[in-house]
Design a binder for this molecule. Structure first.
Ligand code: 13P
Ligand code: SF4
Length: 404
């Protein structure tokens, strides 16, 4: 089964599904698919034989398939994947590192992307046409990426042009967490892609070429990066795609140096300044480190901020005995704590809550796509259509060039 899927695919997360995975007792045990479906998830359907498989049966199946397929398959895992998936990854990384790896993976015919839809699309754009990128569960999207649709972004661009008379001086930057069509819009219009590890360089690149930035779709990463560049909040405006003209006046559009799309990450906006205060009250020696998808107040209150890779690296290199309050996704924080038993590492949010869309990659889905490969089937192949791919590649190459 080949599925040419270029549109955004996220099945919206229901409250029931989110609450099925948010735990106050610290328990994040991977259940059988049947149990997870019973807990209220609405993921892509898989053949019934996968529903009741035990973790041991899945592990045996994956090991067998990997041996049969050999080096023709590479499994990439984003840091937010659950441990039960990460254990099978050949390479792990943040969005930037994984996109570079995909671009450098020349020999693998099959790239199994354990992450979310926009990451698999990016891998497809950066790899050759004889390589197949598979996303084990098509429902693994990103709710933030879905907040910017191609139509809304195109309407916004036209509106800005109607106010300014031209968009020549407006440079669009899209966060990696966006659909391929949004990346293509940026490529076509003199802009680029960034990730949380190179947003500052993307701002420099853009401001050397234009007077204004349209930043998509995460307002928080955009605001945090702009503030770090010395741009005042008075020189930023937030574009609400649900309102005519983004809810802005002509004056506001003309004045803004940075127009921020009104998108956010539902995981990172859970972190609060109160949680930081509580962590410091417990231990005044704790260092607070957060992801830049957190709100500006949280980033300002933290001691440090950076991409997932930066957080991992900083804590791994820290001296034994240090204490770290971390503001990012729980699967990564718990793995970090397990890998650094000589340090006190905890998540700022007392409720254990994974990214519900990342969590949609279950080991049984990994087995399903691997068994498909053995049978000569490209299950859940992500194929970005050629024109979108060409334009998006321009924006991605600009990022790869500035980020090195
Ligand atoms: P990075 O991988 O760029 O740190 O981003 C985190 C994230 O939210 C991925 O969806
Ligand atoms: Fe999207 Fe946030 Fe999940 Fe990242 S953590 S995939 S931005 S919802």
């Amino acid at each position: 089964m080949t599925t040419a899927f270029t549109k955004q695919t996220t099945i919206p997360i229901t409250e029931l599904e989110q609450s099925a995975f948010c735990q106050t007792d610290g328990n994040l045990r991977t259940k059988t698919l049947e149990e997870e479906f019973a807990a209220g998830v609405r993921w892509q359907k898989v053949p019934t034989r996968y529903l009741k498989l035990t973790p041991e049966e899945i592990a045996e199946g994956i090991e067998f398939a990997r041996n049969e397929i050999g080096e023709k398959a590479v499994l990439l895992g984003h840091h937010y994947q659950r441990d039960d998936v990460i254990q099978y990854a050949d390479f792990t990384g943040d969005s930037y590192k994984l996109s570079k790896m995909a671009a450098e993976t020349k020999d693998a015919k099959w790239i199994i992307f354990c992450g979310v839809h926009f990451m698999a699309e990016t891998a497809d754009i950066l790899t050759s046409s004889d390589q197949n990128v598979l996303l084990p569960n098509m429902a693994a999207g990103c709710s933030m990426a879905d907040m910017a649709t191609a139509t809304d972004v195109s309407d916004c661009w036209d509106d800005i042009e109607s106010v300014l008379g031209t968009t020549d001086q407006v440079i669009p930057i899209t966060y990696m967490n966006s659909a391929a069509a949004i990346k293509a819009h940026c490529g076509k219009n003199g802009g680029l892609v960034c990730t949380s590890s190179n947003a500052d360089k993307a701002f420099d690149w853009a401001l050397e070429r234009g007077e204004k930035i349209l930043f998509l779709p995460d307002q928080h990463l955009g605001r945090n990066t702009a503030i770090a560049k010395g741009i005042s909040e008075d020189d930023m405006a937030v574009w609400n795609p649900f309102l005519p003209m983004g809810g802005l006046s002509e004056e506001e559009i003309k004045h803004a140096k940075v127009i921020l799309w009104q998108g956010h990450c539902s995981v990172h906006t859970r972190f609060t300044v109160d949680q930081i205060d509580a962590a410091r009250e417990k231990n005044s020696e704790t260092t607070i480190i957060v992801h830049p998808e957190c709100t500006q107040e949280v980033v300002a209150a933290a001691d440090m901020y950076g991409s997932t890779e930066m957080i991992l690296d900083t804590i791994a290199k820290a001296p034994a005995g240090t204490s770290w309050g971390v503001g990012t996704e729980i699967s990564m924080v718990r793995r970090l704590a397990a890998e650094n038993p000589d340090k006190d590492i905890f998540c700022l949010d007392p409720v254990v809550c994974p990214c519900a869309t990342m969590y949609r990659i279950h080991p049984a889905y990994v087995l399903w796509v691997l068994e498909g490969i053995m049978a000569g089937l490209a299950i859940n192949r992500i194929e970005v259509e050629p024109e979108t791919q060409r334009n998006a590649a321009v924006a991605l190459q600009r990022m790869l060039e500035i980020a090195g």
